[in-house]
Ligand binder design. Structure first.
Ligand code: ADP
Ligand code: MG
Length: 351
């Protein structure tokens, strides 16, 4: 190995697998007394006290180049999102994320700088949500960049499952719907590859709502605080995060709870950017089935709705419909009649 290659590594070939692991460990390091043995040994050792009075919970999610992201997106955003989508699964059960593992399959053509920027985005997310990287795996990949993240977490109070919704419950959603799907359409349509983000590099000036929509796709905000509040409220009967689209994920709640649901298009929370720009890209369908909102979808017992609304005043929780006994998912259109959606959401392998 050339000496200057070690001092100023220009490619992964120069530093190799072990050099890269050291680099990732260095860049993601944070003080966490619960980690007794972190990256560098055969396995991580984590103090059980971190999980002592609650069960240990585990979740994993992968992101694959050209399925979930394009290689020419800013690597910081890919890193942020890889961790954020996992954190969102935890938020959806009312949990608190603690530790994570990172497995990478890296193809030729990806530089050290690219991985550094990827790790930076991930580390910013980890810092914001209080997670420590405790291990992972690093391999070469023949073609695509492959990322797999596993998160260990504990639950805050009550564990909220998809199962538990009962007929009469009111269906709520956090935040706004459809922004992420619209942001993706705009990204693909305009081939935008750089944009403003309050945290990451900026170059191409975009109009405010366009950059907001794109950020909603590339830098989703997992609703951890909200998830904990909802779990603690004792009024929520079921919950899921919206990754595959409102209708698809509502379908999952219904299936697990053995109920149906009715939602009203008029009630769906939409952002100003969405209202201004969605018509050209599919309109309301994006909010119904676009996916990757990473908002929380949950049900509240009808008798508790009033106190729930006053307890959570000031938080963006919007009632959008109710749970039905019959196992159907109905959408009521703006004209009051039944609306038949064009798609029910995203499912891998299905076209
Ligand atoms: P082994 O060959 O015993 O599986 P590895 O060489 O794969 O060991 O890993 C060595 C150490 O580096 C382990 O602590 C592992 O968890 C950690 N590690 C490997 N890849 C990553 C990564 N991408 N991110 C964080 N830690 C990693
Ligand atoms: Mg290994």
């Amino acid at each position: 190995m050339r000496a200057e290659g070690i001092l100023h590594p220009s490619s992964l070939r120069d530093i190799g697998e072990f050099g890269l692991i050291k680099r990732i460990a260095g860049k993601s390091r944070r003080k966490d007394p619960s980690v007794r043995v972190g990256i560098g040994d055969d396995a991580a050792v984590v103090n059980v006290e971190a999980y002592c009075d609650t069960p240990l919970l585990v979740t994993t999610d992968s992101l694959i180049e050209d399925v979930h992201f394009r290689r020419d997106y800013p690597p910081e955003a890919i890193g942020w999102k890889a961790l954020a989508v996992n954190i969102s699964d935890i938020a959806a059960m009312g949990g608190v994320p603690e530790h994570y593992l990172l497995s990478l399959g890296i193809p030729e053509g990806i530089s050290i700088e690219y991985i550094d920027r990827f790790v930076k985005g991930m580390t910013v997310a980890a810092g914001e949500y209080g997670l420590s990287l405790i291990g992972g795996d690093t391999t070469s990949s023949p073609d695509k960049f492959y990322i797999s993240v596993t998160v260990l977490w504990k639950n805050s109070e009550n564990l909220l499952l998809r199962k538990g919704a009962r007929a009469g419950d009111v269906i709520f959603v956090t935040g706004t719907l459809g922004d992420s799907a619209l942001g993706l359409k705009i990204l693909e349509d305009k081939k935008i590859r750089s944009w403003e983000d309050e945290r990451f590099s900026t170059s191409q000036p975009l109009n405010f709502s366009t950059s907001q929509l794109i950020n909603r796709h590339l830098r989703p905000t997992p609703r951890v605080k909200e998830g904990i509040q909802l779990a603690k409220s004792g009024m929520v009967t079921s919950m899921i995060d919206i990754s595959d689209g409102l209708l698809c994920d509502l379908g999952h709640i219904c299936e697990e709870s053995r109920v149906g649901a009715r939602i009203r298009i008029d009630e769906l929370p939409l952002s100003q950017g969405f209202n201004t720009l969605s018509a050209k890209y599919g309109g309301i369908e994006l909010a119904l089935s676009g996916g990757e909102d990473y908002e929380l979808l949950f049900t509240v017992r009808s008798k508790d709705v009033k106190s729930f609304m006053s307890m959570t005043e000031g938080t963006k929780y919007t009632p959008i419909g109710e749970v039905l006994k019959d196992k159907v998912v109905e959408v009521i259109g703006a004209d009051g009649g039944r609306y038949i959606p064009k798609s029910s959401g995203y499912e891998h392998f299905r076209r």
